[in-house]
Design a protein around this ligand. Structure first.
Ligand SMILES: Nc1ncnc2c1ncn2[C@@H]1O[C@H](COP(=O)(O)OP(=O)(O)OP(=O)(O)O)[C@@H](O)[C@H]1O
Length: 364
């Protein structure tokens, strides 16, 4: 590992954070590799912002250690950690020009004027801000303001960039555009990015790895494809993916997963009470051993998403080609791509290392 990578490595070891009686982060163990784009992903209140703020030095861990580049930083002041944070609110100085806003962190550190100007120029170029340098923040769009906030971080060339929902104030189109810009920026600067978001699309599209958090507990760390294709537990299974994974509770019976509406062969070790996870795209539409009534159909242009009322009182979400004639009230035949299904132990919620073999006809 080269020196630049080593200095950008971040490690949380048994980090806990308590606010009063509220345990907000529990025993967080997480290694973020130098140069990696890692997203902390989870619903509101799960402790991701607090984790980021502890890394920035804006909150202190109740116990445990945080290191950057192999050095424990628990006692190190925020300004001496060599990290730069970008917030959801851009927090630009309204009376300063874009150039002055970007230069500000350097000025505060006593960087000489000529060097300041050179570094601002480079940061502005890499964020396509050159033309905007003389403007004041109020003369900029939301996306441009967020780029200035990024510029203010970039100009310092920190070891670690900390980003707290930086795109959430932007409209959908601009967000998509900024996602692409952030990917590019990360590739160009080769620094560690720690990105906090509750938006799985952001996490899935930009990250090298995603750390999924829920109620202060780290649930799974993996590449976007790992968390999508092998969710470690029911929380991750239900959180990642849109539309969400169907989760059906059933029992292991004679080597099969049995539910009033679905029966699938099993191979491997399973527990008696199971949850079967079926992503909407892993349901075969129009053929197969199962039959259910269509409850509603949502056209999405390129595809349709439909809900089926299935036996046992559950609802199943499916995705189908836009050309298929689906209508509410009609009966639909369906099957499953067995090898793509997920099995969880109902009691612990943990993923089971077992696979589904083939859908089986339901007993009459
Ligand atoms: N300074 C504080 N004092 C007391 N409680 C706090 C403080 N900061 C955060 N909390 C609480 O800690 C919990 C986790 O907050 P945190 O902001 O880390 O969650 P989050 O996952 O980032 O959520 P969000 O996306 O809503 O910011 C919440 O219940 C919050 O109310």
């Amino acid at each position: 590992m080269d020196a630049r990578r080593a200095e950008g490595e971040v490690r949380f070891e048994k980090v806990r954070k308590v606010f009063g009686t509220n345990l907000v982060v529990r025993e967080l163990d997480l290694l973020i590799r130098g140069g990696e784009f890692l997203s902390l992903l989870g619903p509101s209140g799960c402790g991701k912002t607090t984790s980021l703020r502890m890394l920035a030095g804006l909150e202190f861990p109740t116990s445990g250690t945080i290191s950057i580049g192999g050095r424990v930083v628990n006692e190190v002041a925020p300004g001496a950690r060599d990290v730069a944070m970008v917030f959801q609110s851009y927090a630009l100085y309204p009376h300063m020009t874009v150039a002055e806003n970007i230069a500000y962190p350097l000025k505060k550190r006593g960087v000489p004027r000529a060097e300041r100007e050179e570094r601002v120029k480079r940061a502005a170029e890499s964020l396509h801000l050159t033309e905007l340098l003389p403007r004041k923040p109020r003369q900029l769009s939301g996306g441009q303001q967020q780029r200035v906030a990024l510029g203010r971080a970039l100009v310092r060339d920190p070891r670690v960039f900390l980003l707290d929902e930086p795109l959430s104030n932007l409209d959908a189109k601009l967000r998509a555009h900024m996602r692409a810009e952030l990917i590019e920026l990360h590739q160009r600067v080769g620094r560690t990015f720690v990105y906090v978001t509750h938006d799985q699309l952001e996490a899935m599209t930009m990250s090298d790895r995603i750390a999924v958090m829920h109620e202060g507990v780290l649930q799974q760390v993996g590449t976007p494809s790992e968390v999508y294709n092998r969710p470690a537990n029911l929380f991750v299974a239900g959180f990642i993916g849109a539309p969400t994974m169907n989760l059906l509770r059933g029992r292991a019976e004679n080597g099969a997963f049995a539910h009033p509406a679905v029966r699938v062969g099993l191979s491997g070790h399973v527990t008696p009470d199971l949850v079967l996870g079926l992503r909407p795209e892993d349901i075969v539409v129009g053929e197969g051993p199962f039959e259910s009534r269509i409850r509603l159909v949502e056209p999405h242009g390129h595809e349709q998403i439909a809900q089926l009322d299935i036996a046992g009182g559950d609802v199943l979400t499916i995705r189908a080609d836009a050309a298929l004639p689906l209508a509410a009230g009609e009966t639909l035949r369906w099957g499953v791509r067995a090898a793509r299904l997920h099995l969880f132990d109902a009691a612990s919620g943990l993923r089971l290392d077992a696979t589904c073999t083939a859908p089986q006809a339901l007993a009459a």
